[in-house]
Design a protein around this ligand. Structure first.
Ligand SMILES: Nc1nc2c(ncn2[C@@H]2O[C@H](COP(=O)(O)OP(=O)(O)OP(=O)(O)O)[C@@H](O)[C@H]2O)c(=O)[nH]1
Ligand SMILES: [Mg+2]
Length: 386
């Protein structure tokens, strides 16, 4: 299964090379040959000379950032962008969503659609499309929204994921709130799932966990790329029978965004530390999972300063924290474990244990889910009696 990525505007085109860089090196050094092969098929195609070429289309209304990204990819020596997979103009959208959405988008629709079509046709099996952009500028947000709308029309049955970078609260773009509201409101109708990274939060991770002194976009982007890679790279689950080739976007949408009202996704990863410290650290799965669980409950994206006083609420109580701080409320969570000895963990071992004993007689997982649902209904009915 392969997915096609659209990089839009400065932000999309700056995060993109970091993402593909991480994906290609992980595919190369990953745990198994089948993992690497699935990852490469997912994000790259190979030329007759054996070059890895990202399944990506680069779009900006000014040429500078695209040029830099293409050069950065070529310099990696392991992968590159397609020679004719980019489109740029002379002048950006001036941080104006309306300029991007109403002017540049429609004006360049055909050429962008053609670039995307070519990438889609290179995929044997299309998993879906991912559009990456910031919400605060004019091109990523405005042209990105317009193009997502066109993709929705053309690829009506494909999964579409938008990756959005949220501006710094003290933002550098004065009209960033206008652009953000317009982008999110439109995309909410079009996209299957919206993965958000907030620059402020990633900045905090860079300073507090990675100890970076003078933080630049390239530091922030590496963290974002790492988190995205951890979600998008191939993974196994109990019912995948060792097969890495399942649809990554389909899986995210069906597990995390199963209701059209709830499609905002965020990522939480652990551990995050300077690479120079890794050699001096030891990790145990129980320790990591304990921290991750509390990060989830207390709505913290960082391991540092987790609030251990927040407890999961009992069904009848309103979600609240004992200290009055934040409490996570989410519809669904997906836990992905990567690394050695994953199957030694409680989660890795007991997840759907024994289900195969039922499947062999013809009871499917759907049957289980339906039974859970009907019993929840029964519980709800009895609860109303009191
Ligand atoms: N994380 C991250 N954020 C970025 C990067 N570049 C820009 N941003 C954020 O994106 C917003 C500005 O949008 P840009 O992507 O620069 O704008 P654009 O899409 O190129 O649109 P125009 O320049 O107006 O045509 C601000 O909130 C920046 O903080 C980047 O490389 N990484
Ligand atoms: Mg720009």
């Amino acid at each position: 299964m392969s997915m096609v990525t659209l990089q839009l505007g400065q932000c999309g085109n700056q995060i993109g090379p970091d993402l593909f860089g991480i994906l290609s090196s992980d595919a190369l050094h990953g745990p198994r040959r089948s993992y690497g092969a699935a990852s490469r098929e997912r994000f790259f195609h190979s030329t007759a000379h054996g070059d890895l070429v990202a399944r990506a289309v680069l779009i900006d209304m000014e040429p500078k950032v695209i040029k830099q990204s293409m050069a950065k990819a070529a310099a990696s020596g392991t992968w590159r962008y397609g020679d004719a997979s980019h489109f740029s103009q002379k002048q950006g959208s001036g941080n104006n969503w309306a300029n991007g959405y109403c002017v540049h988008g429609p004006r360049h629709r055909e050429v962008v659609e053609e670039l995307v079509r070519r990438e889609v046709e290179r995929c044997d099996r299309l998993a879906g499309l991912m559009a990456m952009m910031s919400v605060a500028g004019g091109t990523g947000s405005g042209v990105g929204t317009y193009i997502t709308q066109c993709l929705r029309d053309t690829y009506a049955k494909s999964f579409i994921l938008n990756h959005l970078t949220w501006p710094y609260r003290t933002g550098e773009v004065i009209v960033q709130n206008y652009n953000s509201v317009l982008t999110l409101a439109h995309l909410y109708q079009l996209s299957d799932a919206i993965l958000v990274h907030e620059n402020d939060m990633v900045h905090k991770i860079c300073s507090q966990l990675l100890n970076i002194k003078h933080i630049s976009f390239s530091d922030v982007n590496r963290v974002i790329a790492h988190q995205m890679g951890s979600v998008l790279q191939p993974s196994l689950s109990a019912d995948s029978h060792g097969d890495y080739s399942r649809n990554p976007l389909g899986e995210l949408v069906s597990t995390l965004a199963c209701h059209p009202e709830y499609k905002l996704l965020s990522v939480c990863t652990i551990p995050q530390m300077p690479s120079s410290s890794i050699a001096y650290s030891t990790f145990s799965w129980p320790g990591l999972l304990k921290h991750l669980r509390q990060m989830l409950i207390s709505n913290s994206k960082m391991e540092e300063g987790i609030d251990w006083h927040v407890h999961p609420h009992v069904a009848s109580e309103r979600p609240r924290s004992l200290t009055g701080t934040s409490f996570n409320v989410s519809l669904a969570n997906l836990l992905i474990l990567r690394g050695k000895d994953v199957f030694s963990t409680e989660t890795g071992r007991s997840y759907r244990a024994y289900i195969h004993q039922y499947i062999k007689f013809g009871i499917s997982e759907e049957d289980f889910l339906e039974s859970f649902t009907s019993l929840e209904q029964v519980i709800a009915s009895y609860t109303q009696l009191s």
